[in-house]
Every structure is written in C-alpha cells, then in structure tokens.
Ligand binder design. Structure first.
Ligand code: MG
Length: 266
C-alpha cells in the first residue's frame, strides 16, 4: 500500500468513526408526519443514496426568452424586497447574490411556475448538520426546498439539500462539493382552494437537483416549518418566491421563473 493510500484509508476510518460517535442527528419528540411513518425530522429515517451529478460548469446557461429574470447578470435586486416589504439589503456583485440578514422575497406574486435557481454553499466548510450552508428556496413563501451543504454532511433526511423541508427527503443525494455551483429546476403547482376555503388540491412539486430528478410530482401536506405539521390556509394559493437567511453565507446566481398556465387554459 502506498503512503497516500494508507493516509486515505486512515482518514476514511477516522471519518466513519466520527460519524458513528456523533450525537444523533434529528428529533424523536416531533409530531408524526401525516402518513404515520416517520416523525418530522426523524433521524432514523433512511438516508438517500448518493448519486454523483455531472460536474458544474463555470458559467450558467442564459434564461429562456419568455422567462422573468429574477437574478441576472446586472447587479441589481429590482425584482426583490425584504420579507417586510422594505428595500432589499442582500449584496449583489458580479451577478452573484450573497445572503444577508432577513428573508428576501420577490415583489411579484406567483402561482404555478417553472423556477431555475443556482446556488453555492461556502467552499470553506463551517458547522455541521443544519448549520452548514443552510438557506432555502420558498415557493409562494410557504413551501421550502432546502438549500444546504449535503456533501458528506449528515443531517436528518427530510432536512438535507433538496428536501421538501420537514416532509420528504430527496429521492437521492445529488449534492456537489462545497463551493461548487449547483442548480435546482423546480416545477411547482400551487395549491387550489374552493370558494369556502377548503383545500381542493395540495401544492405539488417536481425538482431536479443538478439535473437529477429528486422529487417527482410530490404533494406537500402543508406549509414547511421546523418541527411542525401545519395545515393549508387559502392565503397560500399564491405568493412570492423567497430565499431564506439561516445565518450561513450562501451565494445565488441566475434565477429565473416562467409562469405556467393550467392545462385547460390553452
Ligand atoms: Mg433552510
């Protein structure tokens, strides 16, 4: 065995041992999820298999011609505001948005969309589990597709990168290494409510993480929130696209959205 191989083997053993001795990640005192199989953020839930995504390109492809560009190459945040409606305070430089204090959301409201988002967690790894590269893409402001550094970072499966937060883990873990640009392509159907406010159809999402399908027409059982199982309310029929501040520096670039008509509206 070469010197380098020996060092690699020792490193692997140490890493494995560290994971084995780590305090349990996840919760055993949270509500049961509606299907009765797992608790919210259940640490004993199986971890999705790791799938190697194709390598990240240096540049991103331009938006389709009919897309609404939310984050382009110009250093402006004209499409965005803070969650309380005040002017956007996150910093945008060289076409790259850096997370700042407070949640950022679009001025425009949406329903059914195709959404493209590129993000990168810090190349210098700090923190672990939910404290490592945490942000999130909130559809209609209520339904989070988790942004996290999930490259060799164990956390509860329904909170790892690309999870429908607190509800479903991604089908596989397609995360790239820290610092690399990654993409989410999200096809989202907003929830539908009857005139009296009762839910007719839940929100449904399909997500590709780095080009790999990780959710396929999967319904949200309600809005996503830490340690919670919450009901739908009719106000959730439309809303902004929002980006989460979770106290970790995360970069975003090239965000665009296409509004989708209902199938019977064409
Ligand atoms: Mg998050």
């Amino acid at each position: 065995m070469t010197h380098h191989k020996l060092i690699a083997l020792i490193a692997l053993v140490l890493t494995t041992t560290t994971y084995g001795q780590q305090a349990p990640v996840g919760y055993d005192d949270t509500p049961m999820q509606p299907n009765g199989k797992w608790r919210v953020h259940d640490g004993t839930r199986p971890h999705p298999a790791i799938v190697t995504a194709p390598p990240a390109g240096d540049a991103s492809a331009p938006a389709p011609s009919d897309a609404i560009v939310l984050l382009g190459t110009a250093d402006d945040l004209n499409a965005w505001q803070m969650n309380d409606g005040s002017a956007a305070t996150w910093t945008m430089k060289g076409g790259v948005l850096q997370t700042g204090k407070g949640m950022l959301r679009t001025k425009q409201q949406f329903t059914d969309v195709q959404l493209h988002v590129e993000f990168a967690t810090p190349s210098e790894v700090k923190g672990e589990s939910q404290g490592r590269g945490n942000s999130g893409v909130f559809l209609l402001g209520h339904f989070e597709i988790q942004v996290l550094d999930s490259y060799r970072n164990i956390t509860y499966p329904d909170g790892q990168a690309a999870s429908m937060y607190g509800q479903y883990p991604p089908l596989v873990n397609a995360a790239r290494a820290p610092g690399q640009w990654q993409s989410y392509d999200i096809i989202f159907t907003a929830p539908r409510f009857a005139v009296d406010g009762t839910l007719e159809k839940p929100a449904i999402v399909t997500v590709l993480h780095n080009g790999i399908v990780v959710h396929h027409a999967t319904p949200f059982w309600g809005p996503t929130r830490h340690r919670s199982v919450l009901p739908y309310t009719p106000q959730m029929a439309s809303g902004p696209i929002a980006l989460q501040d979770h106290g970790n520096p995360v970069r975003y670039r090239n965000i665009w959205v296409r509004e989708l008509k209902e199938y019977d509206a064409r």
